[in-house]
Design a protein around this ligand. Structure first.
Ligand SMILES: [Zn+2]
Length: 155
């Protein structure tokens, strides 16, 4: 899990395999993450099958596959998918349970993001479990900064 939180990580956007329900590009996700996130039993599927996360906030599909004829939707995942429009909880940091509102409130109250500082320290201390806690299977630090940029700082 050592490099899962590297902040320079670029999102791997798939240009070839589009979501079958919304026809938009998704992001490839490790099967380990999909297994941890879904109620469906994936144990008999090969690790070689690419799985993708649908990034469209308005589509209820969460995961889809390049060569399987089913999708995994929000009813079949074990956590809320914070970036989906109809998510009950807008979770951004899944390892330490910070919502979008928590991040905004924290920044407004302190004039800086203590949550970001705290998460960064915990990443350093290897306390994060992004691969099996975050539906994206990666670190949330970039998402925390996006929230601050888009909702608070507006730069
Ligand atoms: Zn979709």
């Amino acid at each position: 899990m050592s490099d899962c939180c590297s902040v320079s990580h670029k999102e791997k956007i798939s240009t070839e395999i589009k979501c079958p329900t919304c026809d938009q590009e998704g992001k490839q996700v490790e099967l380990l993450t999909i297994r941890a996130m879904t109620r469906r039993d994936f144990t008999h599927y090969s690790e070689l099958i690419p799985g993708f996360l649908c990034l469209n906030p308005d589509d209820s599909t969460v995961y889809y596959f390049s060569n399987l004829d089913f999708t995994v939707n929000q009813d079949n995942v074990v956590t809320d998918i914070g970036f989906k429009t109809n998510a009950k909880t807008k979770t951004i940091c899944y390892c330490f349970r910070h919502t979008k509102q928590d991040i905004i409130d924290d920044y407004l109250k302190n004039g800086k993001s203590n949550i970001e500082i705290d998460v960064r320290q915990k990443v350093k201390d290897k306390l994060c479990t992004c691969e099996v806690s975050n539906p994206k299977g990666k670190c949330c630090l970039g998402d925390i900064r996006t929230v601050i940029k888009e909702e608070v700082v507006h730069d």
